[in-house]
Design a protein around this ligand. Structure first.
Ligand SMILES: NC(=O)c1ccc[n+]([C@@H]2O[C@H](COP(=O)([O-])OP(=O)(O)OC[C@H]3O[C@@H](n4cnc5c(N)ncnc54)[C@H](OP(=O)(O)O)[C@@H]3O)[C@@H](O)[C@H]2O)c1
Length: 350
């Protein structure tokens, strides 16, 4: 890849966890092999990468090229003004982009606008956006929410003892990694039994990004139907973060949003969450019943299984679809193992 584009992607990654639901984008203005200015989208609602890179230019010299990791936007209904007209107005003559924007509101229209106004556009396709902005690309293309399933398991495959106890299967280092994961998701989802049993806070604490004033905690989605004790930790914070998925109990505080979803009715949860909450990504953290339901329905794009150094006996386990032959066994793409002390984490994509 061109070194300018490489630099633009490095800049883009600085917005990790802060730009969602917007994509991470970087931009470099160059004259031959010299970097003249740089920019990136630092957080949701802030300037776009192109705007930051060009803010000190009233007019861009004709021999300067802008390298941008994503097609400049051209639509109006958003927090900041569209970038493509600004580039034309500043006299840009050439732009190199790494991907078209999959957002149906843009999807090639930004490029067309630039071409129509005399800007040379080079699409230097590279697949780095597929990884860096995987939630955004998935949600835009499929118009549904990206699901990542996460579970902590003993070496013999239990998520909890039969009496429900499960804290802690893994070590602090693994939990820090899990919090980093959380910070990259629009929402965390758990089953109501997990909330009842573990009384979790479901926020990002053990990650540096939590100190950033622009960081917004992910929403909390609770899948359940029976009442929860309102003294539980999730109710002792900003209730706007909470969303109830399923048939809501009558004593639920009125600030909690409700998404009526019946797992039996064939309605896709991923589409519903996208349409009703505009969520691009959800990290599902258990328990076994909820994860098994989503596995059975095939509602997941990625998994992270954290294996702790312990045997726990039968306990609560993952279920899901019955596999009748090894040919049907689900195997993952991009599979990798990470290790944190004596814990091992498997990650893969469907
Ligand atoms: N090792 C790990 O990674 C991990 C992670 C999380 C939790 N855990 C452990 O797992 C245990 C809890 O897991 P679990 O498998 O028992 O339960 P769960 O997956 O946490 O919760 C399942 C929930 O599904 C809800 N549900 C079932 N049918 C429904 C429907 N038709 N509509 C709406 N909601 C429906 C139930 O809600 P109602 O209860 O309202 O009926 C139930 O609470 C705890 O002991 C916890 O410590 C372990």
């Amino acid at each position: 890849m061109n070194q300018m584009m490489d630099r633009a992607f490095t800049l883009a990654a600085r917005g990790q966890g802060l730009t969602r639901p917007n994509p991470m984008v970087g931009a470099v203005l160059a004259k031959k092999d010299q970097v003249i200015a740089e920019g990136y989208h630092p957080y949701f609602g802030a300037d776009h990468a192109e705007v930051m890179a060009l803010k000190n230019f009233d007019s861009i010299p004709t021999d300067h090229i802008l390298y941008c990791t994503l097609e400049p936007c051209c639509h109006e209904k958003k927090k900041t003004p569209p970038c493509a007209p600004m580039l034309v107005q500043k006299g840009l003559k050439k732009i190199v982009i790494a991907s078209l924007d999959p957002n149906p509101l843009v999807a090639g229209k930004g490029v067309q606008y630039l071409k129509d106004h005399g800007v040379e556009v080079v699409l230097q396709h590279c697949d780095r956006n597929e990884k860096l902005n995987r939630h955004f690309f998935y949600a835009m293309r499929k118009q549904q929410t990206y699901f990542h399933l996460k579970a902590a398991l003993s070496l013999d495959g239990s998520m909890a003892l039969a009496n429900g106890e499960s804290q802690w299967i893994t070590h602090q280092q693994s939990r820090e990694y899990a919090h980093k994961l959380r910070s990259q998701y629009d929402a965390i989802m758990v089953g109501a039994k997990t909330v009842r049993h573990d009384n979790p806070s479901l926020d990002v604490r053990y990650a540096e990004i939590a100190q950033n004033s622009h960081f917004r905690q992910p929403k909390i989605l609770i899948y359940g139907q029976e009442s929860l004790d309102l003294k539980l930790k999730i109710f002792q914070q900003n209730l706007d973060r909470l969303v109830w998925i399923g048939r809501a109990p009558s004593d639920l505080p009125k600030e909690v949003k409700i998404v009526n979803w019946d797992s039996q009715c064939g309605e896709t949860l991923a589409k519903k969450l996208y349409q009703e909450l505009a969520l691009h990504s959800v990290l599902v953290e258990g328990g076994a019943e909820l994860l098994s339901l989503l596995i059975e329905k095939g509602v997941f794009q990625r998994v992270s299984f954290f294996y702790g150094n312990c045997l726990m006996g039968p306990g609560k386990r993952l279920g899901g679809k019955s596999i009748l032959s090894m040919q049907q066994a689900l195997r993952f793409r991009q599979a990798r193992w990470l290790s944190f002390g004596s814990d091992a984490v498997f990650e893969g994509e469907v």
